[in-house]
Design a protein around this ligand. Structure first.
Ligand SMILES: Nc1ncnc2c1ncn2[C@@H]1O[C@H](COP(=O)(O)OP(=O)(O)O)[C@@H](O)[C@H]1O
Ligand SMILES: O=P(O)(O)O[C@H]1O[C@H](CO)[C@@H](O[C@H]2O[C@H](CO)[C@@H](O)[C@H](O)[C@H]2O)[C@H](O)[C@H]1O
Length: 452
């Protein structure tokens, strides 16, 4: 059975949104660990796959459902037919099968152990196991299940051995009473390379919240639709007050992170090495995305200035992949999600200390994304570019104002660091877009146009 399921998976996995190795040939796919969470019909398998593409080996997690007869409601997530213990079965993505995902809730409620899997519940939490799940249909690197508007369970798709930074951070911030996180309710663990490894995290579902990205886009649309002589601040959907409030919340989260985890200082030689890493990343990105070559000199100039800074930089735990899709506006305040760091980086790096300006840079880039992403293919793109610049500049400034007001420190010297961080993020985004959404590539490329 294993061989045929492996073949099916090799054909199926490349089409999944969360598959990180798009555009590269799979040299080998093997099932590293298999846990039969439920035997019988339907059956539920948990698989850790190891996918080798060239030198790179990546692990992915799958929940595979097996049924002798697949109901219509699950036909859209069919992986294929396979032989399972002598029977012809349909294998499918079980994340979409509420009958099977309930087993995960039951597992967390009862602290179940199934083979190598260990289910956990957060202290003082009771889990309602009667809730049915739906898969969240948003662009994401993982797969999230929403149980009855009460819980959201994120199944990490790409698995790295070790404790996931998100679980570590939200547990610490919840214990410190933070109002800027969604409370943790439970998690699922395994051991990989002899390390406890987080496979999934369940949190409070923020049912009455709106994603920052969606709110920002509504504002951008309003501005695009308004007469050209009306300034941004007079357009109905102006976002600047929210951007400011988000800046305040960001500074508060940074303060909470600094209080909950160790802090440190990076001396000038290490800042030089940071610039060096940015250069290496740029070179790799240019090799993968040739369109970036024409802009590389702008980034190199920013990295040279960083290398010459000759100044120590304060570091602490940070978010690491901060953008408008990671923040939600609840009726009360902004809540920050997904403290996972940049997907694809080693866990040691994602759990390491960094300058909080990395997050500030990430959010500044996101304002630029929001301002420009509606321009691609827009018939009036040429005239609307000025509007996009206006929206971006206004909201970036408001966010920075809020960040300072909330106690976040940005000194004059920090402009050099911030610029280098922004361009490094844009380099990451160029690669990300080339791999996942090639039509969006012009958005990060626009970051290299001119110094702000
Ligand atoms: N606690 C939550 N309550 C409501 N929606 C959430 C919550 N957590 C995540 N989401 C929604 O799921 C989306 C993806 O979540 P995220 O943690 O960023 O996943 P990924 O790491 O896969 O990108 C968010 O942009 C948001 O729309
Ligand atoms: O899946 P994650 O949320 O962890 O992050 C990845 O996907 C993001 C896209 O969904 C990507 O963000 C980029 O696009 C956003 C708009 O969709 C934009 O707001 C961000 O500024 C931009 O970086 C993120 O980089 C990637 O890690």
């Amino acid at each position: 059975m294993t061989t045929s399921l492996q073949e099916l998976l090799a054909g199926w996995i490349t089409g999944q949104r969360w598959f990180a190795g798009k555009g590269r040939v799979i040299d080998d796919l093997s099932i590293e660990h298999r846990t039969d969470i439920q035997t019988g019909d339907p059956g539920l398998l948990h698989l850790v796959l190891s996918v080798r593409q060239g030198e790179r080996r990546t692990r992915y997690q799958l929940l595979v459902g097996l049924r002798t007869s697949l109901p219509d409601r699950l036909k859209h997530v069919l992986i294929g037919s396979c032989d399972w213990e002598g029977r012809e079965c349909s294998a499918y993505d079980a994340a979409h099968d509420a009958e099977l995902t309930r087993i995960l809730l039951e597992g967390m409620e009862s602290f179940r152990r199934a083979g190598r899997l260990a289910f956990h519940r957060a202290p003082g939490i009771e889990i309602d196991t009667s809730l049915r799940s739906l898969v969240l249909t948003v662009e994401q690197s993982n797969t999230s299940l929403v149980y009855g508007d009460r819980y959201i369970l994120k199944l990490f798709r790409q698995i790295n051995a070790g404790l996931n930074p998100e679980l570590e951070v939200i547990t610490a911030l919840a214990a410190a009473g933070s109002t800027h996180i969604a409370r943790p309710y439970g998690w699922i663990e395994t051991d990989l390379d002899a390390q406890p490894t987080t496979l999934a995290i369940m949190q409070e579902f923020l049912a009455n919240a709106n994603e920052g990205w969606a709110l920002a886009l509504t504002s951008v649309r309003d501005l695009y639709g308004s007469p050209p002589d009306v300034p941004a601040e007079e357009v109905g959907g102006d976002f600047a007050a929210e951007a400011y409030r988000l800046g305040v919340a960001t500074a508060e989260v940074h303060r909470e992170l600094a209080a909950a985890f160790p802090i440190g200082v990076v001396e000038p030689p290490e800042v030089k090495r940071m610039a060096e890493r940015f250069r290496d990343r740029l070179d790799q990105a240019v090799a993968e995305v040739p369109q970036l070559a024409a802009h590389a000199s702008v980034a190199h100039a920013a990295y040279d200035r960083l290398a010459d800074l000759d100044r120590a930089v304060a570091v602490q735990r940070v978010h690491g992949d901060y953008h408008l899709g990671q923040v939600m506006r609840t009726p009360g305040d902004w809540v920050v999600l997904d403290f996972e760091g940049e997907p694809g980086q080693p866990l040691s790096e994602r759990r390491g200390l960094d300058t909080p300006l990395r997050d500030v840079a990430g959010m500044l880039r996101s304002f630029d994304y929001a301002a420009r992403h509606l321009l691609a293919g827009h018939p009036e793109a040429a005239t609307l570019t000025g509007r996009a610049d206006e929206w971006s500049a206004r909201n970036r400034a408001a966010f920075l104002g809020g960040y300072s007001e909330g106690g976040g420190r940005i000194s004059g010297d920090d402009a050099v660091l911030l610029r280098a961080l922004e361009l490094s993020k844009a380099v990451y985004e160029v690669v990300y877009e080339a791999r996942n959404r090639p039509t969006w590539l012009p958005i990060p490329l626009a970051a290299f146009r001119s110094p702000r």
